[in-house]
Structures are given as C-alpha cells and as structure tokens.
Design a protein around this ligand. Structure first.
Ligand SMILES: Nc1nc2c(ncn2[C@@H]2O[C@H](COP(=O)(O)OP(=O)(O)OP(=O)(O)O)[C@@H](O)[C@H]2O)c(=O)[nH]1
Ligand SMILES: [Zn+2]
Length: 363
C-alpha cells in the first residue's frame, strides 16, 4: 500500500531523530549500523550502544580530522575508535572545536583503517543536512531491520537513499500574496515547500517581470544576524535591502530568500563559527575546524525555483562568480553579473577580504 513514507520522507524523519538524539538504523549491501549524532546523544543511549558490543566509531570529516591531527584513511572522513572508557565530554570535544585551544591534546586518536565506510559517510551527510555538527557515532549491527523494529527506530536502506541524500527534494508552490514593501510597493511573496517537509524557501517578485527576457535577480542566503539584527560582521542586510531597492527602482525583479543560513550549515553552527572567529580564525578556517567545507549551500534549489516561476535567464546581483557558474550549470542563463557592493564596515573588512582571497568573491 502506498501509504508509508517515501525514501525522501524517511530521510527527513531521520534528520529529526538525529536532532533529538535518537539513533537511526542505516543499512547497505555491506551491512547495517546504528547511528546517532555526537552533539545530541545522551549518556544513557551512549551506554546502551556500548552494551551492545562491537566496534563503536566516531565518524568525522577529513576537515575536522586535520585539525585534530587524526588520520583520515577513508579520504573524505575518518573513523575514530571510541575508547571503552571515553566519557561524554570526550565525544563532544572531538565533535566540537569550541575548546580546541583550551585543551588541545585530546589524542592520540586511533583511526580505523580498511573495511567499509559508506555508512559512516552517510551518517555525516545526514548530520550535516540536519544542521548538526558533522560527527556521528556509528556502531555496526548484525540485523539492522530487526533492531529497528524492536526499538521503533527509523530504518533507511542507504542503497536506495544514497542518491536521494544528494538531491534537494522537489519544491512545490504553496501560496503567494501581494506584499507592498518600503523598497518596492508592487511586491508579491511566494512560498515554496519541499516535498519532504523540510525548510521552505521564498521568492519575492517585484512588479511583473516578463518571462521571456533576463530578469534582475538575487539569490539571497538567509542571514538572521545580518538581515534581521543588522549585524555589522557581514554585508547581508545592506545587500538584501539594496537588491530590493534596485528592483523597486527598475520596476521588476525577483529575489529568492533561500533558507541556507550560514552558507548552509545552520544558525547554531554559524554561531559556533563566530566563536572560533573570536579566537582569531577567519570565516573559512572556522568552517573547516568545525568539519564543514567553506560553502555547503545547494544552489540547485534556487535554479529550481527560478525555473518553476518561468525564468530561464537572469541578470544576477552578486559579487560571487561561483553563484553565476552554479546557476549556469543548472540550466539558468546568467546574461550579466550585476555587482552588489554595499554594507562595508570596519567590523566586516577582514571578512570581506577573506571571501575575496579564499572564496573568489570580487571586491
Ligand atoms: N558559515 C558562515 N556563514 C556566514 C558567515 N558570515 C555570513 N555567513 C552566511 O553567508 C551567507 C551569505 O553568503 P556570502 O558569502 O556573504 O555571499 P554570497 O551569497 O556567496 O555572495 P553575494 O551574492 O555576493 O552576497 C549567509 O547564509 C550568511 O548567513 C560566517 O562567518 N560563517
Ligand atoms: Zn550575513
């Protein structure tokens, strides 16, 4: 009966489980494993996993492993053996760099070598997409489906879910309504909802841009601190308002407000990055120490929304040439890059310089 959750919906359930600290069961041709997020697991569940026996490993990314001076034998990730007596504080400290500088010697770490790592890789992907730290406890188990049934845990066949984990869920328009704004009176807000129930994204349409000509467009990534609080650490708020004003002045445009806070790592992780920046690391180094890439955003989402709205070509307001390339790669022609240089402050001068030096932004 087609009543049960699809693989995409199961993946989203698994994200909710991980955020609650509830383990999930992943299976693959090579076996099965119990997986729980390192930052969310509690002591009773850790004890429960230990009591099951087997080789308990903490999967972390190669980025985090580099900071910890642990060997990443699996290339993009390391499987750190969890010592039998390691307390919760050890787990949290390996996962979270907050106290790296206070207590730098957490090792030596024993990285597992050989044997399958694809469930560990999937566990990290899931944790990242749940906006958790990319660190997961992974315990191989003999009979995954039986364990999931007995304990009422979410079971995911990664053989089926693997490709879905890399895809953004398809978006459907939910509603749109007129929204006069200070910057542009002729505004309309459209809401798009992913089929797996994950976070919605928004499109703000100004005027009635013709669909057969390049539209003035901005793909704006959510920045609670900049957009709402007026943070001086970045240029997001002034960019948001300047883009809307330019669209208002031209009488037409579309601004996508994509809920990809912190370049896709979520607000909690962005604040972890800010704490590291207060210790002297730049925006890129902070992401790496946390175990993330510099930019974890998926720009296919923005391309998909533009296509659904009938736009095939844009004049893109951005200083980030990578955004132009990603849109082009996803079927949206970028006929012009329109620079958006506003909001420089003494607080964000170093941030903007780092983006220019390391992320290819144009000053
Ligand atoms: N991880 C992380 N994210 C940040 C930081 N500062 C701002 N952000 C996020 O970065 C995103 C904005 O990206 P930017 O790199 O400023 O700009 P861009 O979108 O790549 O390029 P433009 O189109 O030129 O603005 C938003 O999601 C912000 O929340 C930071 O220090 N660390
Ligand atoms: Zn910002």
């Amino acid at each position: 009966m087609p009543l049960g959750p699809t693989i995409l919906e199961r993946l989203n359930r698994a994200r909710a489980d991980l955020r609650m600290g509830v383990p999930v069961v992943l299976t693959h041709a090579e076996g099965a494993a119990l997986v729980v997020a390192a930052e969310a697991v509690d002591a009773p569940r850790l004890a429960g996993m230990r009591a099951m026996g087997g080789e308990l490993a903490l999967a972390i990314t190669d980025r985090r492993a580099t900071t910890l001076k642990a060997r990443a034998y699996d290339g993009d990730l390391a499987r750190i053996a969890v010592p039998g007596d390691a307390p919760m504080a050890w787990l949290r400290a390996v996962a979270d760099p907050a106290r790296d500088l206070d207590a730098p010697m957490k090792g030596p770490f024993h990285s597992l070598r050989g044997g399958p790592a694809s469930l560990h890789r999937a566990a990290i992907r899931l944790a990242k997409s749940a906006h958790l730290l990319p660190a997961a406890l992974v315990l191989p188990v003999a009979d995954g489906p039986a364990l999931a049934t007995a304990e009422g845990l979410t079971l995911i066949d990664m053989g089926l879910a693997g490709p879905a984990l890399e895809l953004a869920a398809p978006l459907a328009p939910v509603v749109s309504a007129r929204l006069p704004m200070a910057a542009a009176e002729k505004g309309r807000l459209h809401i798009f909802r992913p089929g797996d129930g994950s976070e919605e994204h928004y499109a703000i349409e100004i005027g009635q841009p013709p669909r057969d000509a390049p539209v003035l467009a901005r793909l704006h990534s959510a920045c609670f601190t900049g957009d709402v609080l007026g943070s001086l650490k970045c240029d997001c708020g002034p960019q948001l308002h300047a883009a809307l004003e330019q669209m208002g002045a031209e009488g037409a445009g579309v601004l996508l407000y994509l809920n990809q806070e912190g370049r896709g790592i979520g607000l909690a992780n962005k604040m972890r990055a800010y704490r590291l920046q207060d210790q002297g690391f730049d925006t890129v180094e902070a992401n790496h120490r946390l175990g993330f890439e510099d930019d974890e955003r998926d720009f296919r989402i923005g391309a998909g929304i533009l296509r659904q709205m009938g736009f095939g070509a844009v004049r893109l307001l951005t200083n980030n040439p990578a955004k132009c390339r990603m849109l082009e790669a996803n079927g949206i022609a970028v006929t012009e890059r329109v620079p958006l240089r506003v909001g420089q402050t003494r607080h964000n001068a170093a941030y903007l310089a780092t983006k220019a030096a390391k992320s290819g932004h144009l000053l």
